[in-house]
Design a protein around this ligand. Sequence first.
Ligand code: FAD
Ligand code: SIN
Length: 526
Amino acid sequence: MVYRYDYLVIGGGIAGMSFALKVAGKGHTVAIISKTELDEANTRYAQGGVASVTNLEVDDFDKHIHDTMVAGDWLSDPAAVAKVVREAPGQIRQLVEWGVNFDRREDGTFDLHREGGHSEFRILHHADNTGAEIQRGLVEQIRSNPYIDIFENHFAVEIITQHHLGKVVTRRTPDITCYGAYVLDEFSGRVDTFLAKVTLMATGGVGAVYTTTTNPLIATGDGIAMVYRAKGTVSDMEFIQFHPTALYHPGDRPSYLITEAMRGYGAVLRNLDGEEFMHKYDPRLSLAPRDIVARAIDSEMKLHGTDHVYLDVTHKDPEETRRHFPNIYEKCLSIGIDITRDMIPVAPAAHYLCGGIKVDLNGESSIHRLYAVGECSCTGLHGGNRLASNSLIEAVVYADAAARHAESVIGGYELRHDVPEWNDEGTVHPEEMVLISQSEKEVNQIMGYYIGIVRSDLRLKRAWNRLDILYQETEQLFKASKPSRELCELRNIIHIGYLIMRQAMERKESRGLHYTVDYPHPENTH
Ligand code: FAD
Ligand code: SIN
């Protein structure tokens, strides 16, 4: 089956939905596809909130810019940082117009939280489930917009370029162009052709590459893997952010997040003997940037031979704690931990990817007619490490930029009519699902053991050797099989693992989130 649209949006989180809402209804047709129901996305799980300068009595753009640059270990692109920080308040107004509610004080101003690395209270939030509120608001808008066609449980397998028209495409080809995507309809099992004048990649992050992650397990890096296979530019993949405080509850996958806002509220980290330890690592204590706190916890766990540390909020007023963190309170209570009386066992978990599909200030990728927004993109905002709560705001700011740019050029584009349909002649359904699930577990283990918080040349080399075997086996299986979501996701996490490993090998220094014992200092000064 062949579908034809002006805009194809791949992904139904904050990035994809806000782009779709901006371009819909101006004489152009829009399709939004999501591999699950629209409600399920990383966005829905965001807790802490959205960073934006709103309290001008104490805060200003320069402070937010400085905090972002410091957290990013001065690897952030200053133009991207200035853009996001300065355009943030306008995009907050847009979210509010779309019906998203942020908590307010009695005088009507926003109730602001503070998180690690922020010099001021500037995090807008909705209790401790800001993402669920954003997802709710945007899904309501999307479902009631008559100009947007929604395709749920549709899985994008590959983007379509000249390669599918029989042309040779290499990383040096200057004018690689995207004509849409091949998409697996999970109900019919058929791979359909979606042709579009403009395609937006908004497929989110890669947390599911690791065993221990805060991300929902749909975060398999599909968009980044597709763009890489289509010979687009992907960068900064070595910068994987581990959130310091995921709830330690063995058997839970994904891990439940204990928001950083809790440390902003006064919670302190303690080892299993109940002693504070952050003073040994950073003068900003529990509110140091995430890379430092995660490494400090990792070091304490190794020192004491334990699987977790504690986050202690028992000294705060119980009523206030329950009011600020109602969902965390309930979740912990459900496993027998009353956070107003008991310390919370926590450990770091893979949380966020700072790199991804390289884009310019308009959100345009190296592939013509293909934009990328949200966690799958690399705008340069985060540099070596993302400042807390800077990603939701990055997604809306860049969705706006991409929408404005695409609208200004789409008039010059035509749909291709010579794209062949997906050819799966001679392929069969893979019989042994266990082969796929076992390989997936192996990828997760390789990533955790060899490409985690602390790295070394030897570990990266081991990861390379092991991933290569899985890569060969999975490519053979893919060529012989009708695509299934499970097989495509396995293929994608292997490609993402390879990209993280290769780009980690190329960085011969410890910088931001990339820490290697072989080059412990920035710029190879050892
Ligand atoms: P997502 O919200 O992940 O959406 C991706 C979409 O793409 C989904 O609809 C998915 O179905 C679709 N998709 C993926 N692959 C395919 C495919 N092959 N075919 C079709 N569709 C596909 N950030 C903050 O700024 N503040 C916070 O407080 C915060 N808290 C967080 C807490 C948690 C627990 C987590 C996990 C993340 C948090 N983050 C936070 C990060 C932030 O939530 C994400 O970076 C952001 O939501 C990503 O949005 P997105 O639109 O790029 O992707
Ligand atoms: C958190 O609430 O700690 C997560 C915030 C973020 O990832 O930006």
